[in-house]
Design a protein around this ligand. Structure first.
Ligand SMILES: *Cc1c(COP(=O)(O)O)cnc(C)c1O
Length: 388
């Protein structure tokens, strides 16, 4: 019997939403060697790679302290613990974000106040923030801090948020889980706010092969407290506990992997920007393409389009799936409408119209540092065709 010729895998059948496979293929020998080094020296917790990574991250961002930790959620949690946030305190954050941003506020018994998003960048709306601060005071809460989120990879508008923070004596902890590698008016993400955090979850712009995260600050005192909190509130040695902390360390193996990934990261950021440019060119007349602020860059964690009101998103996503183009929706439901969070206050005391509208019409397209030209053209032409 003659077998049919095995077809070579077609690029049209192998488009990944986030192409981690091509990245691994590119750096496989370096990753294998890095993991082997850790297996050989055997210091799996707080090994030399952890400290080396922290040095590299700090220099990459131009910030004084980079503190690695177990994941992006713990990074936020450690920041709140270091700022002594507790019951009666109000923390302001966008509703249109991943649950972790609000979750950590609830962990420490404080009250998240949900803020609406801007129509253009989808990041925190400064006017809504002011309204939220007013609202918190009306509710008898003590406003203490703001957690702007750099949604989809683009920094929030920190100059404007900073001036509101100063007026009300609030600190800023920037949730840069999606924006590591991006910049805002000459500053890298990580060097913004009193504290910045990021995540190295595999699908983030800089991801490891498991969970990981980091906290950044220029404040020596906060850095020292967060390092202590990360290891059960340790004092001068391991069995000296001077505060209540947690186990929030990054594994040495993940640090070793990140050191290798960091080497190709600048190149990947350029590739992500090129992919975003291609999408922009092809799609700007038919959908709302991402808007990046003057003086800012995005790390393009997601390339997110917004469909016109009359377009059926579910139908479009199903049609794209038919032609092997994966898409995702971030986020189907803003946090102030989620079961776990809907009892917390919003800036308006009710609906947050912009983020509610966004949740219905946004969708994200394949994005990574490895979208090849043919796939890119194929995706562009399919979307243009389907949205005609
Ligand atoms: C991914 C993410 C987090 C949490 O990071 P983990 O490493 O998954 O804990 C926090 N905030 C935002 C905005 C995120 O996208």
């Amino acid at each position: 019997m003659i077998e049919p010729l095995k077809q070579q895998k077609n690029y049209k059948e192998s488009i990944q939403f986030i192409d981690l496979k091509s990245q691994l293929e590119r750096i496989r020998p370096e990753i294998d060697a890095a993991i082997k080094r850790v297996l050989d020296h055997g210091v799996f917790i707080m090994g030399p790679e952890v400290y080396e990574l922290e040095k590299e991250l700090a220099s990459f961002c131009g910030v004084k302290h980079a503190i690695s930790c177990a994941n992006g959620t713990d990074a936020l949690g450690l920041g709140l613990m270091a700022q002594n946030v507790g019951p009666g305190d109000a923390i302001f954050l966008p509703s249109f974000t991943f649950a972790a941003t609000a979750e950590v506020v609830a962990w420490v018994g404080a009250t998240p106040i949900f803020i609406d998003s801007l129509e253009n960048t989808y990041n925190m709306d400064p006017q809504s923030l002011e309204q939220g601060i007013h609202r918190a005071k009306e509710l008898g809460l003590n406003p203490v801090g703001i957690i702007p989120v750099d949604l989809f990879g683009q920094p929030a508008d920190y100059d404007v948020i900073q001036s509101i923070a100063e007026e009300h004596r609030l600190w800023i902890m920037a949730d840069g889980a999606q924006s590591f590698g991006a910049s805002y008016r000459g500053r890298k993400v990580g060097n913004i706010g009193h504290i910045s955090t990021t995540s190295f979850f595999p699908a983030k712009p800089l991801g490891c092969y498991g969970d990981g995260g980091a906290i950044f600050t220029n404040d020596d005192n906060l850095a020292q407290i967060m390092k202590s909190l990360r290891v059960h509130g340790q004092g001068s040695d391991k069995y000296d506990n001077i505060r209540i902390g947690m186990n929030g360390r990054l594994d040495t193996i993940q640090a070793a992997i990140l050191l290798e990934k960091l080497k190709v990261f600048p190149d990947e950021l350029l590739a992500r920007q090129r992919t975003a440019n291609h999408y922009n060119e092809a799609l700007k007349e038919i959908v709302q393409v991402p808007y990046v602020l003057d003086g800012a860059t995005s790390a393009w964690a997601q390339y997110t389009i917004r469909l016109p009101k009359h377009k059926d998103r579910a139908k479009l996503m199903a049609e794209l799936k038919e032609v092997n183009i994966p898409t995702m929706v971030y986020y189907v439901k803003p946090l102030h409408q989620q079961t776990a969070y809907k009892h917390y206050p919003t800036a308006t005391g009710g609906a947050l119209p912009v983020c509610e509208a966004l949740a219905e019409k946004v969708m994200s397209l394949p994005m990574s540092g490895y979208v090849d030209k043919r796939s890119q053209e194929y995706i562009n032409s399919q979307i243009s065709e389907l949205l005609k």
